[in-house]
Design a protein. Sequence first.
Lengths: 257, 264
Amino acid sequence: MIKIENLSHTYKNRSEEAVNNVNLHIKKGESVVIIGSSGSGKSTLLKCINRLLEPTSGKILINGEDIINSKKKKAEKIRGSIGMIFQNFNLIERETVLSNALNGRLRFNRTLKSVFGRFSKEDYAITENNLKIVGLYDDRNERVANLSGGQKQRVAIARALSQKPDIILADEPVSNLDPKLMKEIMDLLKSICEEKGITLVTSLHFLDFAKRYGSRIIGMREGKVVFDGKPEELTEKDIVDIYGKTKDWYLYGKTGF
Amino acid sequence: MKKIKLPKWKYKGLFIGLLIVIIYYWALTGTDTSPTTFAKGLPFMADFLRRMFPPDISNLGRFLLKAIETLQMAIVGSTIGALIALPLSFLAARNIMPNKFIYHSIRTIFDVCRGINEIVWGLIFVSMVGLGPFPGVLALAAHVTGALGRYFSESIETVDPEMIKAVISTGANKIQVIARGIFPQVKPLFINYTLYYLENNFRAATVLGLVGAGGIGMELITSMRLFRNREVLTILIIMILMVMAIDRFSAYIRKKIVRVESLE
């Protein structure tokens, strides 16, 4: 499903690599959680997968197709099969819930039509159904700016689902939410992906969350993968490898669940 | 912003004071500004004003038609200008236009259009298409294209790149990203600026007639040349009332938009 080969990314004006020679193979239907402290490269890695960031070197195959070395049109097509959810929600605040979720349908629409905000009946039906799934159908005409953080992330999930994605990338999707909402959103995301067979790749700060929602855990430190395995295989030594000193990782270990 | 470094010595205050005196002396003598000349002229002014009363309303109908024409010029000119500025402004926004040459060329066109005053544009277009309201419309459109183009592209440059990333991530192409990710963020600003320029253009259109480019200004210059001072007053009253009405109307609508925005 996702095959990452020798992937590296260095930000402009920085010498150290944010992602350093990463090799990963993620299978269809897996729920992979990437953990690591801030600046470990997990977010950079996610953004390279759908080429929101241009990697410095390496290859990424999505369903066998190389997204990095494809031309713009092809890359957009591959990117469309990958939904993405962001830490800061990244919605168009003054637009409605429905309008934001409809953006997931853009890839199925001709340019001229979508410029004027025209979508087909089918687009509306699919999007409205996804809003029902995330529990926001009744608020579909509400402006996003008036929603709570948890609701905003639900809109983002509906938008991603409207893409009919094979993969969903979730970049610290619950970092801006309170603990109760964190659990709600992660439960929702996980159950939807399991039901629809969508491969889920999430980056998370917290260890207990990662263990709970990941069928596989990838630990990153300084741009390198330092752990790759099942949650129950994660030893205390691995945790120190990922987070550094025991004192530091303890902070990441507990969220109150 | 760079801080201006002031010299650090005892007589700093004296030095600055002297500098200000010199600048004003230079500017005042250069412009023949003199209170005595002004005072001497007051009786002439009084005489002029006296001859304006009472306002002559025998041609009121024609003046009102011309005032309406002025409003029409402002509406058409602003709309044409906004419609030209809208697509161009996206090409002149640094954050979405990777080609520096195109970016700088369009910015320069905007600056030239904006830098030339409506009256000067009026002179140019009168010599091109002849007298009447049409060259006036073109003059307003040319100036507004530059002004709105500049403001539009600057607002596009302030949009949140993170919000756009989400639209990009759906697999949308560049034009879709602009229409669905960037435009919604700048739409209220665009409406606001356009209304402001509609208001501005009405004021500009009232004087465009001085160079033969249509509107009520044409009546004003004719009556002035024929020394029909009582008509001049009528025209001035119409101009003032209409500018006030348009300003109120535009301010009211813009306030409504701002209020809707702040509710979010």
